[in-house]
Design a protein around this ligand. Structure first.
Ligand code: SGN
Ligand code: CA
Length: 515
């Protein structure tokens, strides 16, 4: 009898083991949780680089799923990026060429199509598209850029102020919505953080952790922009008053010894007494020290860089913590293996590279955006994804996961085939870019361009007519413009042709030089 029992147990174990190794088919109609932060650079996610900060929770998405090594936007600024996310089209096609125009919400968007296909759709957090959200069963958004402390939210058209810190509240509202949703239907939830957008106001809880940290200064912090006129003429420099000591770096002097371009700006305006007390306890001694040091020139610029990094990274700390809370929520509620989790940003950001903050340029730090995904069951791709992907690809990807036909007017490609397993699939060889918001606050000139895995060609136009070509293998920091260099004649000709083709493909022909 004993032997028989043993045999039966052995047979069962073998069966179970083989059942485990049988590949499960990609699950149909998974839930989609899309987390997008505002201005979160890939340099400040430890899954990309651990030089600046540890982000264990965001990293979890990559550790349990995939990390895209070549993820880009098509127009590195907020509203255009969001319009591209929704429509799967470049700015010239969805009309959202800059932050100023209002999004035409009557257009076809992926949330509308998912809703039609039986998904429950919700949007929580930053929106910035001016028109009311459409295609969402539920929405609760920040007005405009939103506020960090005790922010207003507009819930389905009704504005209300909430006590607390914006990143925590956004995650709270996301989890509340998940709690109350119809559990019979799949969901698509867009959770959009305000952080770490300018003016980088951290939660008081994290002041101490970052107070004394010293960050490595990028090798090209003191860039002289030789051979790059548009880079020379921007207004997004840490080494100029573009980054304001009071407004951006919170040094307030009641005696007026600190010059500010925004003297009326009060960071503490919306704070309650406890928040205000913690804020002043943190920033007052730093201000005192700053006034005593009376720094000038390079010393001042390096001090500004460190101050900037501390506040920006403390904001990331809250973002990471709240990503962790939401991932835990999915696990506790049995949603971990039937949900596609995406983490990204509306664009990249400069962490002092070229001496800058902000974005807009087609140079790597702002053209790239982080992209990490944890896949639902039956998707076996793991680790690094090297293919060139772009934010036009989100909409078709989500439709494809949901089993919805991708309308032909969508310009992006579904990333789903890249995620099933390790098998190579046909993919694009280049990504396209076009930025339009000039003149504007940061004075980044209009430009368009193309990037392949090795080269980048950019044309700055409008009140300028300058071409730039970069050899990204030899010159990853884009310091040496080789446009017109005879050694690159053949490469230049080929990439110029490829740019023409891409402009035809994306129907972006209306570029007026010298408007
Ligand atoms: C604000 C910021 C700018 C930033 C734009 C666009 N200035 O105008 O620094 O480039 O937003 O950012 S601030 O003084 O208001 O902070 S975007 O992410 O919304 O496109
Ligand atoms: Ca942004």
């Amino acid at each position: 009898m004993k032997t028989l029992n043993f045999l039966l147990a052995a047979i069962c174990a073998t069966y179970l083991l083989s059942a485990c190794s049988i590949e499960v088919k990609p699950m149909k109609r998974p839930n989609i949780l899309f987390i997008m932060s505002d201005d979160h650079s890939y340099q400040t996610i430890s899954a990309y680089s651990d030089k600046l900060i540890n982000t264990p929770n965001i990293d979890r998405i990559a550790n349990e799923g995939v990390i895209f090594r070549n993820s880009f936007v098509g127009n590195s600024i907020c509203a255009p990026s969001r319009a591209t996310l929704l429509t799967g089209k470049h700015s010239n096609k969805n009309g959202q060429i800059n932050n100023r125009v209002t999004f035409d919400s009557s257009q076809l968007t992926f949330p509308k199509l998912l809703q039609k296909a039986g998904y429950q759709t919700a949007l929580i957090g930053k929106w910035h598209l001016k028109s009311e959200p459409t295609g969402f069963d539920y929405w609760n958004i920040l007005p405009g850029q939103g506020q960090y402390y005790n922010p207003d939210f507009i819930e389905m058209g009704k504005k209300k102020r909430f006590e607390g810190y914006v990143t925590d509240l956004t995650a709270d509202f996301a989890m509340n919505w998940l709690d109350g949703r119809d559990k019979e239907k799949p969901f698509c939830l867009l959770m959009h953080n305000k952080a770490p957008h300018r003016t980088w106001e951290p939660d008081t809880t994290y002041f101490d952790e970052f107070k004394d940290k010293i960050y490595p200064v990028p090798a090209n912090f003191f860039d002289n922009y030789k051979g790059r006129q548009a880079a020379m003429e921007q207004h997004e420099s840490i080494r100029a008053t573009d980054m304001d000591v009071q407004y951006d770096l919170k040094m307030e002097d009641p005696e007026g010894r600190i010059k500010s371009r925004f003297p009326w700006m009060k960071h503490t305006a919306r704070m309650n007494e406890a928040q205000k007390a913690a804020w002043e306890k943190h920033y007052k001694p730093i201000t005192k020290d700053f006034l005593e040091k009376n720094l000038k020139g390079d010393e001042l610029y390096l001090w500004k860089y460190q101050r900037y990094m501390r506040d920006y990274l403390a904001c990331i700390r809250s973002v990471d913590e709240n990503v962790g809370r939401v991932l835990d929520y999915l696990e506790k509620n049995g949603l971990a293996d039937n949900t596609l989790v995406v983490y990204t940003s509306d664009q990249g950001f400069y962490m002092g590279e070229h001496g800058w903050f902000d974005k807009r340029f087609m140079y790597e730090e702002s053209f790239r955006t982080p992209l990490l995904m944890r896949l639902p069951r039956g998707y076996y791709r793991k680790g690094e994804v090297p293919e060139l992907v772009q934010n036009i690809d989100y909409a078709p990807t989500f439709l494809d996961f949901a089993g919805v036909d991708i309308p032909t007017e969508i310009q992006g490609k579904s990333m789903k085939p890249l995620l099933i397993d390790d098998k190579k699939v046909e993919w694009r060889d280049a990504v396209y870019y076009h930025y339009y918001e000039f003149p504007n606050e940061h004075m980044v000139k209009k430009h368009y361009g193309i990037r392949t895995d090795k080269y980048k060609l950019i044309h700055f136009y409008d009140n300028i007519d300058v071409w730039e070509l970069y050899d990204l293998v030899k010159d990853p920091n884009e310091m040496n413009n080789v446009f017109g260099n005879p050694d690159y004649a053949e490469i230049q000709k080929n990439i110029e042709n490829r740019l023409d083709e891409l402009q035809k493909e994306y129907d972006d022909g209306n570029i007026q030089i010298g408007e």
